[in-house]
Design a protein. Structure first.
Length: 85
């Protein structure tokens, strides 16, 4: 709110880069809070598609892995039926 009030911005984006493929140069958790104005001309979302060829059906593969992780061990706790054992 302070950024919007002080800079008269109409909004803000909170950005995080994770890993070298995202243009992160120093490996640590950090966020950028970027002031935005309706007429700033800066795109928030990519307008094109990546040229990277992904694995076949990435959504299904990610869903399967996340399901398997949820049923297995998370840290030292085992999850069964949505509850720690």
């Amino acid at each position: 709110m302070a950024m919007r009030t002080t800079l008269d911005a109409s909004g803000a984006n909170v950005l995080n880069a994770n890993g070298p493929g995202s243009e992160q140069s120093v490996q640590h958790l950090h966020f950028h809070v970027v002031p935005r104005w309706a007429d700033d001309g800066v795109p928030t979302w990519p307008t094109g598609r990546s040229g990277h060829r992904s694995i076949k059906d990435p959504e299904a593969r990610l869903f399967a892995i996340l399901n398997r992780s949820a049923r297995g061990t998370l840290g030292q706790r085992t999850v069964r039926a949505g509850r720690p054992a």
